[in-house]
Design a protein around this ligand. Structure first.
Ligand code: FE2
Ligand code: FE2
Ligand code: FE2
Length: 447
C-alpha cells in the first residue's frame, strides 16, 4: 500500500533528479514486455562497467550510459519486441532507427539518438564504422556488445557457471560482430564474479545510481514537464484510438485547475499528471485497447492494474510525490467505487479530483473501437449524472461547465497538435533515408 503524501510542499520551484526520471522511463519501457525484465538497465550496467574499466572520456561515458539505459525505446508498438532479443537478429535496425527518431524529438535526449540508431551495427572488421552512409559512433559498438552479453546472460539460473561459455561465445565473434577492444575489456572484467552478480542484483537501480554520470543533476520544473510530455508521446503512440488521449487530459486538467485558482506551479504539475496518468497502460497489451468486442472479466481486471502501475513507477521519482498521487487517482471515485485503493472523498485532493474529471471528459469525447466520441454537451450531461451519483466532484465539473469554450479550444488544439506530431513521427519512421537527416546530432546541455 502506497501512502499518499501531502499535495503541496509550498516551494516555488521543484527539483527532480535526472537519474530518477531516466530510470523511471527505462522501467516504464520494460513494462511493455515482462519477458524483457530489466534488459535495458542490465545492458546499461554492463556497458558502464566495461566503459569504466577502459577509462573512457567523461563525454563517452555519459553518452554510453544515457543511450544504453533506453536503447530499445524504439520497440514501442512493434510486435517483434521479443524477436529482437534473439542472438540471430532480424531487422533489428528498425527498432534502433525508431528509437533514434523518438530520442531526437526530445532536446535532452537528442545526443543519444546517433548511438541508439546504430546499436545493432556489427563491427565487421572495421566496416561497421559506417552505416547507411553515416559515421557510427564508437560507443554504439559498446552498447551492441553489452546488449548481446545481456541476452546471453538473461534467464541463467547459475550465472557464474554460465559465464565461461558466454565469454567464449562473445570472443568467437570478436572482430566480426564486436569491436575487439571492447571484447578485450569485457574478457578482463568478466573474471570478476561481482561483474556478473551485479547484473542480476536486486539492487540494480541503486548500483546504477551509484555509477550514473548525472547522479547530482536536478531538473527544473519546465524540464520535468518536457519529460512528462515525452512519456505521453510514448504512451499514446501505442494505439491510434488513444493516440492523443494523454495530451487531451493534460490540457483539460490544467485549464480546469487554472480556473479553480491553482497557482502556476500547481497547474504545471496538474498538466504533468495528465501526461502521465496512463503510464501503467504500457503493461496492458495494445490488443486490449484496440479491440472492438467487449473485454472478458479477466481482461478488465488486468486493465484495472494500470493506475497502480502509474503510481509504482512515478514513486521512483523524488520530488514528484503529488504528481504521482494525482495521476494514479484518476480512476478513484468520491463514493469509494473507484480503484485501485477505493479511496473516498476525504482522501481525494483537488488535483486528484481534477484528473478524474478531465480523464472521463476527454475519454467521452474521443472515439473508441466500440463507440464513437460524444459532443462536449453530451459529455458534460454524463458528468453531471456521475456527480449526482456521488462519484465526481461538483466544483470541478462546474468549472468545466463555466469554461467549456476555453477548455474545448485548448483540448482540441492540443490533441490536434499531438496527432500531427505522431503522424509525422510514424511517417518519417517508414522512410529511413529521410529520417537519417532528421536525427539531430545535438549535444545535450548536460554534457
Ligand atoms: Fe535493440
Ligand atoms: Fe536490447
Ligand atoms: Fe486510465
Amino acid at each position: 500500500m502506497y501512502p499518499y503524501s501531502v499535495a503541496n510542499n509550498g516551494l516555488s520551484t521543484i527539483r527532480v533528479p535526472l537519474f530518477d526520471m531516466i530510470c523511471a522511463l527505462s522501467t516504464a519501457l520494460d513494462l511493455l514486455d515482462p519477458a524483457l525484465g530489466s534488459h535495458q538497465k542490465r545492458t546499461c550496467l554492463i556497458a558502464a562497467q566495461i566503459a569504466r574499466s577502459m577509462s573512457l572520456s567523461d563525454t563517452d561515458y555519459q553518452n554510453v550510459f544515457g543511450a544504453a539505459i533506453f536503447h530499445d525505446i524504439g520497440a514501442i508498438g512493434l510486435n517483434d519486441r521479443l524477436s529482437m532479443l534473439d542472438f540471430e537478429e532480424h531487422d533489428a535496425h528498425i527498432h534502433a532507427h525508431l528509437g533514434a527518431l523518438l530520442l531526437a524529438r526530445f532536446p535532452s535526449f537528442a545526443c543519444y539518438a546517433p548511438l541508439v540508431n546504430c546499436h545493432h551495427v556489427q563491427w565487421n572488421h572495421g566496416l561497421g564504422q559506417m552505416h547507411d552512409g553515416q559515421n557510427v559512433p564508437m560507443m554504439s559498438h559498446l552498447i551492441y556488445l553489452s546488449d548481446r552479453i545481456e541476452v546471453l546472460a538473461q534467464g541463467q539460473d547459475n550465472i557464474l557457471g554460465a559465464a565461461p561459455e558466454i565469454v567464449a561465445q562473445i570472443c568467437a565473434e570478436s572482430g566480426r560482430k564486436f569491436h575487439p577492444h571492447f571484447v578485450t575489456a569485457f574478457c578482463k572484467i568478466a573474471q570478476q564474479e561481482s561483474f556478473w552478480l551485479d547484473i542480476f542484483s536486486n539492487n540494480l537501480d541503486r548500483i546504477l545510481k551509484d555509477i550514473a554520470p548525472f547522479e547530482n543533476i536536478d531538473l527544473e520544473l519546465d524540464h520535468v514537464l518536457q519529460f512528462a510530455q515525452f512519456f505521453a508521446l510514448i504512451i499514446d503512440s501505442r494505439s491510434h484510438f488513444t493516440a492523443t488521449h494523454s495530451a487531451g487530459v493534460a490540457i483539460t486538467a490544467e485549464t480546469i485547475a487554472r480556473h479553480l485558482g491553482m497557482g502556476d506551479q500547481e497547474c504545471m504539475k496538474v498538466r504533468m499528471a495528465g501526461y502521465l496518468h496512463d503510464l501503467g497502460k504500457l503493461a496492458i497489451p495494445s490488443e486490449f485497447i484496440e479491440r472492438a468486442a467487449p473485454l472478458s472479466e479477466k481482461e478488465i481486471a488486468r486493465v484495472r492494474s494500470h493506475s497502480y502501475l502509474t503510481l509504482d513507477i512515478l514513486s521512483m521519482i523524488g520530488g514528484l510525490e503529488d504528481v504521482a498521487e494525482w495521476a494514479a487517482s484518476h480512476h478513484e471515485r468520491l463514493d469509494g467505487s473507484g480503484y485501485p485503493f477505493h479511496l473516498t472523498a476525504k482522501d481525494l485532493s483537488l488535483g486528484a479530483r481534477i484528473l478524474a474529471v478531465a480523464d472521463v471528459y476527454t475519454a467521452l469525447t474521443e472515439d473508441r473501437p466500440y463507440r464513437p466520441g460524444v459532443p462536449p454537451d453530451t459529455a458534460l450531461a454524463m458528468l453531471d449524472e456521475w456527480q449526482q451519483q456521488g462519484k465526481l466532484d461538483g466544483h470541478v465539473i462546474a468549472a468545466l461547465h463555466d469554461n467549456l469554450a476555453v477548455v474545448e479550444s485548448a483540448r482540441v488544439q492540443a490533441q490536434h497538435q499531438e496527432g500531427i506530431d505522431l503522424a509525422e513521427f510514424w511517417q518519417s519512421a517508414v522512410s529511413p533515408s529521410v529520417t537519417a537527416q532528421k536525427v539531430r546530432y545535438e549535444k545535450s546541455h548536460y554534457a
